[in-house]
Structure formats: structure tokens, C-alpha cells
Design a protein around this ligand. Structure first.
Ligand code: TYD
Ligand code: MG
Length: 452
């Protein structure tokens, strides 16, 4: 059958993968500027032919599940974020800023697997990998290293070694020699990923793809990559802090709320099994504007400090800044505090911070956010050893939240003495606790009880 193959030039947004026939300054899809790059596109137009093979239809009961085949690393924080380990045949994208510790995490994970692992590096020499391995004290008979960037050679190596996990560090350095584009372009990143995905499914091997994040905070190369792979995990942290948070942004095989917490040491990453202790360790006791809450991240409760600073605004336009918390949610809570609890905030600057650099999206932290603001405004402290939990509604009512037992247990474990929770959660509470548990119906009631 005749096959038409032709090449032509297209312009592709390097952020989201939007394609255009001419160069554009601003991407109509994702609104970023100056992201269009010229790429050569090969178009193969083939007529579809009627399929003559055997159809592979199965009864649902006959299909084998994936859960029991998961490959675990024994690094609990990583396994949990993955949903219980690597699934054979799945492709995981590990994103993060350069220098955050992606290669370190990948190597530590690789060294803990009881089966062959192939670590493909396109960024470092094998000698550099060896020196990192020495630093991490990695000793493993199953750890294979390949320094290569040509994907065809990589695929051939995978076929001959037959590992159960392949690590590609990083996708930006890989290229397919059958394409004219240079490594790091969208076409290369996309085509390499799609070939790796196809190989993963065919060989039933897990592939961990490392990708750098651009300044704008996107996984470099296109957003399309995120749509292609099964799982996207993001490694975050600040350069001047030693702890790192691993977050599942997308997971076809698990929950996306899960986070894993690590600390970077001289000899690599260690797991933080008691994050509450870590997040509360730097807390200054008895200062105004601070409130403790118990948030559920995935399946695990974490105690966190919410910090607020309320200052008079000398100009007509008060500033509102939220770090680790939704800005719009903050605006709503400020309005509720003003209208329902009579706090004068419209002429104040409000700065809100989730201590420790975490990002919280669940409404159960509302009550602590409101109390930290009230505490800073009145310059009175939230009574020591009190934890606040509850969603705040527009009427100033405190609404019930999920997983209340887990939150209470975590607070008790860390030595808190009093916990303020929604009254509606009190009814179904099945817990024996030595802590004083107080149910509240309204925000005002909570503030009056917490701030003395
Ligand atoms: P690396 O894993 O190379 O980061 P990425 O692959 O994300 O670019 O690690 C980067 C930093 O981590 C590097 O600046 C050195 C530091 N580091 C440690 O502090 N301890 C260690 O054991 C290792 C291996 C690295
Ligand atoms: Mg690296």
C-alpha cells in the first residue's frame, strides 16, 4: 500500500504542547509568552485497514489485577506516594527543580529493589554516578548503569538486560536518531516518552522518567508529558531547607493526595516518619498569630502550624498574602471573620503562612487559619497545647470534617492537651482520649475558647 510521508515545519509551545502553523508570541492555550519553538513534524498518512486478528476480549473476572505485582522499594515515603510501589508496565514522571535531589532519590530507590534495575544517565558520567553511589553507600548486585542518550540503544539495552525497573535521568537529554530535532525539544521529549511507554507496556517493566522543572514551575518540556504518563510525582523543597516533599500530582494507580517527606543529609535522603514533629519543631510557643491544626495528607494526619501576621495598613489598599494556602479561600475567611465574628480586618494587611513550606487545600484547616488571624489581630495567643480543626462556612458555622479520629490521635500522640473540633463530629466520635475535646458550632465560639 502506498504510504505518503512528508515533513513540514510546525511551531509548538514548549510549555503546553499547543501546535501552530506559524510562530506566535503568546500561546492561546496556556497564555505563556515566547514559548513557541520551530519543530519538524513528519506526517505519515496511512489508510486504516480492517483488523483481521483475534479480538482480545476478556471477562472482568479473568483479568489479573496489578496490585499484587507492585515492586516496593522499602522506602515507605516513596512507596506510599506511588500508591504502594511501582506497577510493572507503568511509566512514572519524577519532576523537580535541578539540584533538589531527584537523582539521589532515584538511585536510593533503585538500590533497594530486589530485582534488576537499569539506571540510564544522560547527564552524568558513570564515574559521577559511582561517586554518588559511594556517598549513598549503595551496594547492590542488581544495580546496572548505562551512560547513554540515544533511545534506540537504550531500548536495545533494556531488551537484553530485562530489568524490572528502568530509570531515565533525564528525559531532556534523550533523543531518537530517527527524528531531526535536537534533544530537549518537545518533539523529542514526547516521542521518546511515547516509545518508552510502549516498551514499558510490552516488556512489563516500570519506567521512572526524571524531568526538570522550568522556572515557571512546569515540568520542562510540554505539559503533554503529564497527560501521557501514568503517574506524575513532584519533588519539592527549598534550597535552604533540608527537607523535601514528594507529592503525587497524578496517579492512575493510587491517590493523588499522598505526600512523602524526606530530609537531605550528607549521605542522601532519609525518610521523615513523624512529619508532625518536624513541622512543629521550629515553633515558637506562646506568640500571637500561631495556631496548630491537624491536616490529612492522603492517608496520614500531619500536625501543622498556621501563622498569621495582621498589621495596620497605612494606605487604602491592604495587602493579603497567602503562602501554602489558597488566596481566594483566605479572602472568604477574612470576610466571614469580619461579618460573623465582628473582627475589623478590612483596613489590615494579612499575611498567612503554612509553616514548613507545605501546601494545604483541605477546608479542615479553616478554623486554625481563622484563629491564627484573630490571634494576631488581638495580639493574644492561642492557649498553648490546643489544636483546632473544622471547616468554616459562610454563615460563620463550623462544619464537620472527615477522619476526625485520626486527627485527634495524632494530636494526642504529640502531647497536645486540648482539641477544638466541629460539634457535628462529636456525635459520631468513637474515641477514648485523655485530651480535652471541645465541640463548637460557630467560629465565634471557637475563637472565644481558643484565644484567651
Ligand atoms: P541530585 O540528586 O543530583 O539532584 P537532581 O538530580 O534533582 O538535580 O542532588 C542535588 C544536591 O543534593 C546536590 O547539590 C548535593 C546534594 N546532596 C546531598 O546533600 N547529600 C547527598 O548524599 C547527595 C547525593 C546529594
Ligand atoms: Mg540529577
Amino acid at each position: 500500500m502506498g504510504q505518503m510521508s512528508k515533513t513540514r515545519i510546525k511551531y509548538i509551545c514548549s510549555n503546553c504542547g499547543y501546535e501552530s502553523l506559524r510562530w506566535l508570541g503568546k500561546c492561546p492555550e496556556c497564555d505563556s509568552w515566547n514559548t513557541f519553538t520551530e519543530e519538524i513534524i513528519e506526517t505519515n498518512k496511512r489508510k486504516p485497514t480492517a483488523y483481521k486478528g483475534i479480538l482480545n476480549i476478556k471477562k472482568i473476572d479473568e483479568i489479573e489485577g496489578v496490585e499484587k505485582n507492585r515492586i516496593t522499594t522499602g522506602i515507605g515515603e516513596l512507596d506510599r506516594v506511588l500508591g504502594g510501589g511501582f506497577i510493572p508496565g507503568s511509566v512514572i514522571l519524577l519532576g523537580g527543580d535541578p539540584g533538589i535531589g531527584k537523582s539521589t532519590l532515584a538511585m536510593q530507590a533503585a538500590s533497594r529493589i530486589n530485582d534488576k534495575v537499569l539506571y540510564v544517565t544522560g547527564e552524568e558520567s558513570t564515574a559521577q554516578i559511582k561517586s554518588r553511589a559511594e556517598r549513598l553507600k549503595i551496594k547492590s548486585d542488581n544495580f546496572f548503569v548505562l551512560s547513554e542518550t540515544d533511545l534506540n540503544i537504550i531500548i536495545a539495552s533494556i531488551n537484553s538486560l530485562a530489568p524490572s525497573l528502568v530509570i531515565i535521568d533525564s528525559i531532556q537529554t534523550m533523543y531518537r536518531s530517527d527524528l531531526d530535532n535536537s534533544p530537549g525539544t518537545i518533539t523529542q521529549i514526547r516521542e521518546c516518552t511515547s516509545q518508552l511507554m510502549e516498551m514499558a507496556k510490552r516488556n512489563q517493566v516500570s519506567v521512572l522518567i526524571v524531568g526538570h522543572v522550568t522556572k515557571e514551575g512546569f515540568i520542562a518540556g510540554p505539559k503533554v508529558l503529564e497527560h501521557m504518563v501514568d503517574t506524575v510525582i513532584q519533588f519539592e523543597g527549598e534550597a535552604h531547607h533540608s527537607f523535601r516533599i514528594l507529592r503525587a500530582e497524578k496517579n492512575r494507580f493510587g491517590s493523588t493526595n499522598e505526600i512523602g517527606i524526606f530530609e537531605m543529609h550528607e549521605e542522601g535522603l532519609t525518610e521523615v516518619k513523624n512529619p508532625s514533629e518536624l513541622f512543629l519543631s521550629e515553633r515558637e510557643k506562646d506568640i500571637s498569630g500561631s495556631a496548630i491544626t491537624a491536616s490529612i495528607e492522603g492517608t496520614r494526619p500531619i500536625l501543622l502550624e498556621v501563622q498569621a501576621l495582621v498589621t495596620p495598613s497605612s494606605f487604602g489598599n491592604p495587602q493579603r498574602v497567602a503562602t501554602g494556602f489558597d488566596y481566594r479561600r483566605l479572602s472568604i475567611l477574612l470576610a466571614v471573620l469580619e461579618k460573623r465574628s465582628g473582627l475589623r480586618l478590612s483596613a489590615s494587611n494579612v499575611f498567612l503562612n503554612m509553616a514548613g513550606g507545605v501546601k494545604i487545600t483541605e477546608p479542615a484547616v479553616d478554623l486554625a487559619v481563622c484563629c491564627s488571624i484573630a490571634s494576631s489581630l488581638t495580639d493574644k495567643v492561642v492557649a498553648g497545647k490546643t489544636v483546632l480543626i473544622g471547616e468554616v462556612g459562610l454563615g460563620g458555622e463550623v462544619r464537620s470534617v472527615g477522619h476526625i479520629e485520626k486527627r485527634i490521635q495524632e494530636a494526642q500522640k504529640l502531647g497536645f492537651e486540648k482539641i477544638i473540633i466541629p460539634q457535628n463530629n462529636m456525635k459520631s466520635l468513637k474515641i477514648n482520649s485523655s485530651m480535652k475535646i471541645l465541640g463548637v458550632e460557630s467560629l465565634t465560639e471557637a475563637i472565644n475558647n481558643a484565644i484567651k
